[in-house]
Design a binder for this molecule. Structure first.
Ligand code: NAD
Length: 246
């Protein structure tokens, strides 16, 4: 049997990048996936070839989003075993240039929506008996963001939130872990990598000597989502080619 046969998953931010790679990896492993992304995204088309995918056009920062996502998971999948809070945004800037509005936007997607969606999904994850929460942190969950002040702040919050989830939810058989991608080429990061010096810095910082691709991160998500990972909780897993230790 495939690793996730019969599992029901919600993945946010699935119209592109890491979230799309995670959703596709889960589908290939036998899961059914509620694939959430913005109404203006093409999430409705991305999974047209996949019977196991249920696309959902939803801005996760809207007040009604958490309950709407849980309700759709219940209706369309019949429950929920795996929640991947992947949707995230990145904007550059130091503390000096970060406006209140930018702070609220980045924290709203990367932190507040993660909290509220997970809270709304908990009744379903508790019913599962072996729930899995996988949150997208970053290499910047461990280091100060270089000209990425609010982004780096938000990813440290993901680390703290995930550890608290792990502590509170273990009693329900739920594990909570976060992934810490390094430099991975996606729509989110492409503008930063257009800067040749930035690109070279990250290639040289990674001992494996290359930038990451979304499937590098999906492989780690697939591992954490599986039944064999049930004794792993509260962990941040670096998927960064070794960049953080160099
Ligand atoms: P991406 O921009 O390619 O994909 C993110 C997706 O999330 C997009 O499809 C976008 O439409 C969606 N999204 C954004 N805001 C949303 C909202 N309010 N409601 C619903 N959907 C929304 O980005 P990515 O690089 O694949 O990033 C995915 C996650 O990985 C993010 O949390 C990011 O911080 C994290 N990450 C990425 C890198 C990297 O180098 N790319 C490194 C570390 C961490």
């Amino acid at each position: 049997a495939a690793a996730l046969d019969g599992k029901r998953a919600v993945v946010t931010g699935t119209a592109s990048g890491i979230g799309e790679a995670i959703a596709r990896a889960f589908l290939s492993a036998g899961a059914r996936v509620l694939a959430v992304d913005l109404p203006q995204s093409n999430v409705g088309d991305v999974y047209a070839d996949h019977a196991g995918a249920v696309p959902m056009a939803q801005d996760i920062t809207e007040a009604a989003a958490p309950d709407a996502i849980a309700a759709r998971a219940s209706e369309a999948l019949g429950g929920l075993d795996i929640l991947v809070n992947n949707a995230g945004i990145a904007h550059g800037g130091s503390i000096e240039t970060t406006t209140d509005a930018l702070w609220d936007r980045v924290m709203g997607v990367n932190v507040t929506a993660m909290f509220k969606i997970t809270r709304a999904a908990l009744p379903l994850l508790k019913e599962s008996g072996a729930g899995r929460i996988i949150n997208l942190g970053s290499i910047m969950s461990d280091m100060g963001g270089p000209e990425l002040f609010v982004y780096g702040t938000s990813k440290h919050a993901v680390a703290g939130m995930t550890k608290s989830m792990a502590v509170d939810l273990g009693r329900y058989g739920i594990t909570a872990n976060y992934l810490q991608p390094g430099a991975v080429v996606t729509a989110l990061s492409a503008p930063f990598f257009e800067d040749e010096a930035f690109r070279t810095y990250w290639v040289e910082k990674a001992p494996v000597g290359r930038l990451g691709v979304p499937t590098d991160v999906a492989a780690a998500a697939l591992f954490l989502a599986g039944d064999d990972a049930g004794f792993i909780s509260g962990v941040g897993l670096n998927v960064d080619g070794g960049a953080i230790v160099k």
